[in-house]
Write a protein that binds this ligand. Sequence first.
Ligand SMILES: [Zn+2]
Length: 161
Amino acid sequence: MTVKKIVTYPADVLTQSCEKVTVFDKKLEKLLNDMYDTMIEFDGVGLAAPQIGLLKQIAIVDIDDESGTIEFINPVILETSGEQTGPEGCLSFPGLYGEVTRPDFVKVEAQNRKGKHFTIEANGFLARAILHEIDHLNGILFTSKVTRYLEEHELEGLESE
Ligand SMILES: [Zn+2]
């Protein structure tokens, strides 16, 4: 088990676009396993490669539901619809939470750790988490989308991405 250090804001690596992954090897598998360990250690529901200092199009999401851990390599958003507004946090902004409006539905095409292409459709909080992580791969931080920051008493039980 390897827990990586989380890059916190401000850092250049958090605001740059990531490169496509072209090699699907043991090193990538190890990286994904380390990202999982890191996400769990810091109680996150998602983690993107720039958050551990790597400009690669790799993100994982696990909101602790029946979907389990979803690994996204080179993800592309195919479709979004609807709208949801809710609280959001980010492991790169410890203790900061704000309300963010995002699509309520997303359809994404990506590759898994073996390079196999898949598509996934998600609603609600899972869609929010996936969209938050894909934003990271484009150097977009949730703070650019916050409409209202939450006060301390509003924070109970919230998890970061
Ligand atoms: Zn984040």
